[in-house]
Design a protein around this ligand. Structure first.
Ligand code: KG4
Ligand code: ZN
Length: 341
């Protein structure tokens, strides 16, 4: 089975052909990504209207490139999948309408895919990961601990009460005058900083459960920045390092609480989403997993952020699990929790 997937929920236009081969290494036949980073960088964040227009401009070219790279044609594709939520409505509509149109013209089945499910199944595309597993999904818009029991069977253990971790990285980076997107910039500058110079309080330590909160850490970073008169590059690196260390320490404390809340005896920990590319976080979650005798899986760095391979793969997983194809009238959903898939 070969599936063409389309992803356009935020600031990447992506198309990919993935097959259901038994060897994880050979499944991705193509994964073409047109990033809009240059377009949004000067505004320090994604401008939804510009994003939608850029998706319109890029999508035909990206799909053709994905088919060409996979050495295939639409006639040989078994199903067309697209992200239909959650995300920015303009971009979602571009990808969904395009995928549905191809499905009609080529008489192929269409599969509407939830972007978060795409992230959370990426490790199963790349490695042999079996259910159940403990999931941390951490991206620009979401922060969720969940127990993944099977395809479409997700039990949320905790969520952020305010900002997502990626959003917090982006906002603190903006305050420091770093380039967009902020997560990779903070990681880069933190390498040259002293992580013990600035004090941050770890949030929610007296609260039961594994919910998270990042807005207090963000405010503390703002106060540290404002307390320095003529801020130097070294000060910025020290703030980035202290901030990153706090976020990683906090997430690692919360994942322990999430693990204690699981009931299915998971044997592995999976991290997914853009922030999963953070090397300090990966290292800390690996140490946590080893300490508790759990296997640890993180997607390859290029598959942590948004891409269409995860969308094609999720369609394959859903088809194999016996879920029906989607109606061509199915709606795009700016909000779409994983418990409602
Ligand atoms: O999953 P993603 O590509 O898009 C969403 O679905 O939101 O995640 C993007 C987020 C951004 O907030 C970005 O700053 C963050 O992931 N990110 C990182 C790193 N790479 C990307 N955060 C921390 N460290 C990184 N290395
Ligand atoms: Zn994403």
């Amino acid at each position: 089975m070969k599936v063409l997937g389309i992803e356009s929920s935020c600031d990447e236009t992506s198309a990919s052909v993935v097959c259901d081969g038994s060897e994880p290494n050979n499944r991705i036949l193509s994964n073409v990504i047109n990033s809009q980073i240059q377009l949004h960088a000067k505004y320090g964040g994604v401008i939804p209207e510009y994003a939608a227009r850029s998706h319109v401009d890029a999508i035909d070219r990206v799909i053709n490139a994905a088919l060409e790279k996979a050495n295939t044609t639409l006639n040989e594709i078994d199903a067309i999948a697209a992200t239909t939520g959650p995300g920015l409505i303009g971009g979602l509509l571009v990808g969904a309408v395009c995928a549905k149109t191809i499905a009609v013209v080529k008489n192929k089945p269409f599969m509407a895919i939830n972007h978060l499910e795409g992230h959370l199944l990426t490790s199963r595309l790349c490695y042999d990961v079996s259910f159940p597993f403990l999931l941390l999904l951490t991206s620009g818009g979401h922060f969720i601990f969940a127990e993944v029991l099977g395809i479409g069977n997700y039990r949320i253990l905790g969520e952020t009460l305010d900002d997502a971790a990626g959003e917090c990285f982006d906002k603190v980076a903006k305050m420091l005058g770093f380039e967009y997107p902020g997560g990779p910039a903070i990681q880069k500058y933190a390498e040259f900083g002293n992580p013990d110079r600035f004090q941050f309080t770890i949030p929610l330590q007296k609260r039961a459960g594994c919910d998270a909160s990042f807005s207090g850490i963000k405010t503390a970073a703002k106060l540290h920045i404002e307390s320095i008169k003529d801020i130097t590059d070294q000060d910025k690196c020290d703030i980035a390092a202290s901030f990153q260390k706090t976020v990683v320490k906090f997430i690692t404390k919360q994942i322990k609480k999430a693990y204690d809340m699981t009931t299915s005896n998971p044997k592995s920990v999976v991290v997914a989403g853009g922030v999963a590319a953070n090397l300090a976080l990966r290292e800390s979650l690996l140490a946590f997993s080893e300490k508790h005798n759990l296997q640890f899986f993180a997607p390859p760095l290029n598959l942590c952020s948004d891409n269409a391979a995860m969308i094609s793969w999720t369609a394959i997983e859903r088809i194999k699990a016996g879920y029906p194809f989607s109606d061509l009238n199915s709606k795009t959903r700016p909000r779409w929790p994983i418990t409602e898939i």
